[in-house]
Write a protein that binds this ligand. Sequence first.
Ligand code: G3P
Ligand code: MG
Length: 604
Amino acid sequence: MVRILKNIAYSIGQASNTIVVFEVVFKIVTNLCMIPGLVLLFNLMLKVTGYSFITRYNIGSILKNPLSILLFAGILLLAAFVSLAEISMLTVFFGYRFKEKQFYLRNLLYLSLRELRRLANPENFILVLYVVCILPIINFNPIAYYIFGNREIPDYMLGTIMQSRELRVLFAVLAAVLVYLTIQMVFIFCYFFLERKNLAESYRCSRLLIKGRVVKTVGSILGCVAFYVLIYIGFYLIIISFVQAGTEFFYEQQIAYAVFLTIFNTINKILIVILGIFQTISVAGIVVELYLQYSKNNRKLYSSTYLQKKMYKKLLYSVNKALLLLLATVVLVTGTGIYLLLDEQYSILHGEKTLITSHRGFSAMAPENTLASIDAAIEVMADYAEIDVRMTKDGVVVLSHDADLKRTAGVNKKIWQLNYYEIEELDVGSWFSKDFKDERIPTLEQVLEYSKGKIKLNIEIKNSGQNKDFEKKLIGLIEEHGFEDSCIISSFSYDSLKRIKKLNPDIKTGYILSAVYGEFYNLKDVDFFSMRYNFVSERIVTEAHKTGKEIHVWTVNNETIVDRLTRIGVDNIITDDPVMARSIIYSKDFPKSTASFLKLVFNY
Ligand code: G3P
Ligand code: MG
């Protein structure tokens, strides 16, 4: 234990700002660089296979497509190169850092780049393929996997493997071989990058060096990983106390709980990335330190000054050029990555979590289908607000669930019989509570302006058939306000959805089903189905997901039902109580004991 701590302290102590800065920049840049590639891959896969979404039920057939396999292989190779670049930099850094005091980032780049060039040699290229195989092992970060990894697809694949005896045995043998190889080859990068030996020679040396030292070496590395898990748990408890204390002053406790669950996801990701960076640096430092310790008398390490001098003379021009090219590419690809990251339509893997739609705004808190109710939905951080839209006689799209105004304004007239000026002064708040006296019927335009960047909308078309241009008008408004990616359109009428898709095929459409039977899954102009909770079964969700479509469910106000629906994998729950839904859905991210602990802390 003490030795492990000493190792970690030593490697971090040696690390210096240079390598931390390098690792931070490297992680950000490479992650951003991977995004365009992944988005391209997923979009192409969707195009080729004709699905609307990737789900765990259709990923099998998507991945079987030859083009997908090719692209997937490309991505894996790229990931291996990225990992190797990181390993080479860290190894070179610690290799020389232990020897010499002054070591600049620029020299580190020069040296690593030069070593990486050796991979182009066919006899060394196998190292790239080897790294492809051990990608899950070298990127092993238990906290990340446990907390926010999209476990659905890996779990599904693992589930498939575990079902068949042969596959199970094959998987176990393969995993054992890989673990054995990783241990035997743990020092391969030191020999390859520091002593500049070729691959075969590096492998031989690594095996010799680890002989009789497996327990100490593996123990040190795993101990280091465990240390970071403990640090994470510590931070996690501190964050909980802070958020709890902070939110206590501003919100009711039950809202505080829902808000906490939402923002915790983000804080968590940042924390995991930061700890991941330190974990990588520490493990690399420990491996190099052990290598230097074990091979004290017979290592042939070049002096970096010697290497640099030689390099400056010979390679300065070409290396500088290569660095410049690298920099330009990185800036370009990273830029694209940032753009795609900010553009929500490219959220890559779908179905990580059941989303929450607040019904008719947050209609339990404020009068339905008003700006006040949308505001309430925004405040509790619902993913979507569902609204019902109709058209006035003079063609203004406004929000109203009912065709007439009797219930909400006490006026026994249909909306389509009135002009907008006749309804704009009506009070649709007082029926709900006198606190909302003078709340008006908003136009869709006002709602789009109000919601932009704050909440997405599920716009339900309530067209009684009087207005033939309804869809045209609707799409016009959505396009005008740039809401194409921030809304979905649902309707009881399939014809209406067909018209929508004709006008703009990129806007996601949902068919609200009044009854559920027959083979409706393949309807062309539908991206999701919206149904009453009592119709939904696991089979329906599975079948819909197989065809790459989503299942949205309404109107769910009961905890047990939210729990059941989340378990069977519905994609979106429409509810009058988004706070309750949030606490049920997000609590699943935590083990049961943590969830109860959180409830206790938040007094919920
Ligand atoms: O979006 C589905 C759901 O809202 C349909 O029910 O009557 O509340 O519009 P309703
Ligand atoms: Mg509705």
